[in-house]
Design a protein around this ligand. Structure first.
Ligand code: DCP
Ligand code: MG
Length: 375
């Protein structure tokens, strides 16, 4: 028989295929409410509860049309009692008192503000909150606070980095990287991954994969590319990490860590923008209005071609889709999936793939194009 996850995935695929392209407002209302509660739970350290709300929001997103009655919910998998209650409240009253209460909470607002800083995770945000810090101004003015270079850059470019990145901006950055990469190594393959590959029109960052058809040629390329872009004044921050696949990854490790071991750079690009784009709204009369650039978060990830299909699958997301797929691989197939490989724990071997389709095949799943992975 088919496993529940398999059923869920195929059901999900059908729904995604049938859904109407236009999102209707109430759907956003419901999703936002569940996402708020998910954040709040994670701020309180309740990861399980947080995940339950993420699952519920994901189920809503995959529905072909807007939900209008609570009865429809009862037929869906993955919807907990708490999520149901909140959705019901919104369907009946147009808002949820609980969600309103959460968004008013000082701790929630502060944690959200702080965790939106590049380089700041839950632990740091919480520590700052406990120390009485409440605003970006508090952080900027604090004498005793010791910020990492990454956090300093995150704080400095906070406003830009919390503005959505458009598809056009992402394409521009991918092209910049491609041109420089080609100047050092013709034939380098540059792929825009993340939300943009799933067809999203905007995102919070730009995820770029770098590889070369000839295994090994990609080694050492990234530092040259970054160096070149830096000399052109296009890099505001970067943190180059070398490849640690061989020392850190043992294929049969049951580690569920989502971190991969590719050579990569988590960077901030200085992107030229047409000045009329920078002029909108409050910026009109500030000295900032002459600013003709925007800080954009860019993740550059280098992968050998033999691991490229896994890197592509892993870096296309969504995060929730990846989580569910890895859970399915492990529980239903006894295979460990990550961004480097698929390891069959029964056969005790790594399964080689030449494309994403191969991986879905190994997992016994029908291929899902990136646009169906917006879970
Ligand atoms: N990813 C990863 N390791 C990281 C960061 C990301 O494996 N350190 C993977 C997980 C995600 C994918 O890359 O599935 C994209 O991550 P993003 O956080 O950039 O998410 P999206 O691109 O989907 O969303 P957004 O539009 O907000 O950028
Ligand atoms: Mg992204």
């Amino acid at each position: 028989g088919r496993s529940p996850m398999l059923l869920h995935i195929s059901w999900f695929t059908e729904c995604m295929a049938a859904r109407e392209p236009v999102k209707i407002e109430p759907r956003h209302l419901l999703e936002d409410a569940l996402e708020t509660l998910s954040k709040e739970a994670s701020f309180c350290g309740s990861d399980g509860r947080s995940l339950a709300f993420i699952r519920a929001a994901s189920v809503l997103r995959s529905l072909p049309s807007t939900l209008t009655t609570i009865e429809e919910l009862n037929r869906l998998p993955g919807f907990g009692e708490h999520s149901k209650r909140v959705v019901q409240e919104i369907l009946e009253d147009g808002f949820s008192a609980e969600v309103e209460r959460v968004t008013q909470k000082e701790k929630y607002q502060t944690m959200k503000l702080f965790t939106n800083i590049f380089g700041v995770g839950m632990k740091t945000a919480n520590r700052w909150y406990q120390e009485g810090l409440r605003s970006l101004g508090d952080l900027r003015n604090s004498q005793k606070l010791k910020l990492s270079k990454q956090q300093e850059a995150g704080l400095q470019h906070y406003e830009d980095l919390n503005m959505p990145v458009s598809r056009a901006e992402a394409d521009l950055i991918a092209k910049m990287v491609e041109e420089v990469a080609h100047s050092f190594l013709p034939g380098t393959i540059i792929t825009l991954a993340g939300g943009f590959r799933r067809g999203k029109l905007s995102g919070h960052d730009v995820d770029i994969l770098i590889t070369h058809a000839q295994e090994g040629r990609e080694e050492g390329l990234l530092s040259k590319v970054i160096g070149q872009l830096q000399s052109q004044g296009l890099i505001l921050y970067h943190d180059l990490k070398r490849n640690s696949y061989h020392d850190a990854f043992s294929p049969d490790s049951k580690s569920t860590s989502n971190m991969d071991h590719f050579e990569r750079s988590f960077s901030i690009f200085r992107l030229k923008v047409a000045s009329h784009i920078g002029d909108i709204g409050a910026r009109d009369h500030s000295p900032e209005s002459s600013k003709d650039w925007k800080a954009v978060r860019v993740d550059l990830v280098v992968t050998p071609i033999s691991q490229y299909p896994y890197a592509l699958l892993g870096w296309t997301g969504s995060k929730h889709f990846e989580r569910e797929l890895r859970r399915f691989s492990c529980n239903e197939k006894k295979m460990v999936l990550n961004s480097h490989a698929l390891y069959d724990t029964v056969e005790q071997k790594i399964l080689a793939a030449t494309c994403e389709e191969d991986i879905f095949l190994y997992l016994g799943l029908e291929y899902m194009p990136p646009s169906d992975r917006n879970a």
